[in-house]
Design a protein around this ligand. Structure first.
Ligand SMILES: [Zn+2]
Length: 444
């Protein structure tokens, strides 16, 4: 008998790899934070002597969701900016609020709130993009959550850095600091092509190439952004510009890609660029819908993200999944993306985009035990013919019973194990009152 830290026996295990299967009555053995084996429960009980045997008789065990794009530090603005277009939302609401309130404490509390929102809805890894990236990294590390922390790069000066050069310096420092960290990695986050000069984009690309750091960037969220310089000239479209600058590579994670024409798609595919689909944020800001089936038909890796809580307004990947699946059905009825494929989009494809697919994104021996358990024993998810279909089209976040990151139980019985929820809610309420102008000017 092989000794392991714990064994999870579930009614179904959806490993994502191999694709398209739900294994009945299987168990996953975990030791020292990593997956040791996946086997039929009867066999696993004979092979392993677990320190703890966790039985989940009506549950699906699957890899934790990878939220491939968010702005965790913005979470205190949830519901505070409700303009119906991206331009007005950003210039009239978000930027003034951020100028007034953003500081390290705001980012720390917003990120902690985001982490609680994400963990309790089954997400085990998030890709972030926010000023004070070092604070977001600390918050993730303290919570024990996996994160790819995007270090923003902007030409315009901010409260956090005076120049793109200073942003890059901070990015390289963060990269060094977390080089050997098992949970947190640093990635570069050039904000968007229209906000950056050619020179800055090339500097970012050189740093990314040298250190093999992924770059995450908003691309073509609106029609104007798709052809920012000369709308009439197809050669001057944004994605053509990125290609000229050598940005289109497997290190680039293009977020949104809502407004893409056939030539854009060809360029993205040729470069091996990953795309993050953020359907709820795109819908809420009236930007349109990324043509996911067309991207997939070109062989482009599409991952899923919530974007920030200020434009979503939650960080719930189950809700995002259902929105994505329904939109694809409604807008592209000829293209079929199965429920199992959608689960891959929300897990392994995110890991692929972030350069983490060797270590997370599926239930396979040797990978980190980043797992989530969903209880299907509820009226809204019975009966079960295929658990993947129930997860994508019926289940909700309150059915997430357990979440492990690197084998550590961060959610048990639907409740976070390492977060002081009472204190966190109190801080969120105080921030809300201050931001709404009802609170005192003291520290939140
Ligand atoms: Zn975003």
């Amino acid at each position: 008998m092989q000794t392991v830290d714990f064994l999870i026996s579930a009614r179904w295990v959806i490993p994502i790899e191999p694709a398209g299967v739900a294994l009945e009555a299987h168990s996953v053995a975990v030791h020292q934070g990593r997956i040791v084996a996946i086997a039929p429960t009867a066999e696993a009980l004979g092979r392993f002597a677990p320190g703890q045997h966790i039985e989940r008789p009506s549950h699906v065990l699957l890899p934790g969701f990878v939220n491939a794009h968010t702005h965790a530090g913005m979470t205190l603005l949830r519901g505070a900016a409700e303009a119906a277009t991206l331009d007005r939302w950003l210039s009239e609401e978000v930027r003034p609020l951020e100028q007034r309130w953003m500081d390290p404490e705001y980012v720390r509390d917003g990120t902690a709130l985001a982490i609680a929102d994400m963990l309790t809805s089954g997400t085990t890894c998030f890709a972030d993009m926010h000023l004070f990236a070092e604070i977001s990294a600390q918050a993730a590390a303290e919570a024990g959550m996996r994160a790819a922390i995007g270090v923003p790069v902007l030409d315009a000066p901010t409260i956090w850095a005076d120049s793109a050069g200073e942003c890059l310096e901070k990015g390289l420092k963060l990269h060094d600091e977390y080089r050997d960290d098992p949970l947190v990695t640093a990635v570069l986050a050039p904000h968007a092509p229209e906000a950056l000069s050619d020179e800055t984009l090339m500097r970012v690309r050189r740093a990314a190439d040298e250190l093999e750091m992924p770059m995450t960037m908003h691309v073509n969220e609106t029609a104007e952004q798709a052809c920012a310089d000369v709308p009439a000239d197809p050669a001057r479209r944004t994605i053509a510009r990125l290609e000229r600058l050598g940005m289109l590579s497997p290190l680039l994670v293009a977020v949104h890609a809502v407004h893409v024409d056939a030539a854009d798609l060809e360029r993205l595919a040729r470069g091996g660029v990953h795309v993050v689909h953020c359907p709820q944020s795109n819908l809420k800001l009236g930007n349109g819908v990324c043509p996911v089936p067309q991207l997939r038909a070109q062989g482009i890796n599409v991952a899923l993200g919530t974007d920030g809580a200020a434009s979503n307004n939650d960080l719930d990947m189950l809700a995002e999944l259902r929105t994505a699946a329904l939109l694809a059905r409604g807008l592209f009825p000829q293209a079929t993306v199965s429920a199992h494929e959608w689960l891959e989009v929300a897990t392994l494809n995110g890991a692929r985009a972030l350069g983490l697919s060797e270590s997370i994104g599926s239930i396979a021996p040797g990978k980190w035990a980043d797992l989530c358990c969903i209880d299907l024993d509820r009226p809204q998810t019975q009966p079960v013919y295929d658990p993947a279909v129930q997860i994508v089209y019926s289940a909700s976040r309150d059915q997430v019973s357990d979440v492990w990151v690197a084998g550590r139980a961060l959610v048990t019985d639907g409740t976070p194990t390492r977060i002081d929820l009472t204190g966190l809610m109190e801080r969120a309420r105080r921030w809300g009152a201050r931001i709404a102008g009802r609170g005192t000017s003291g520290s939140a």
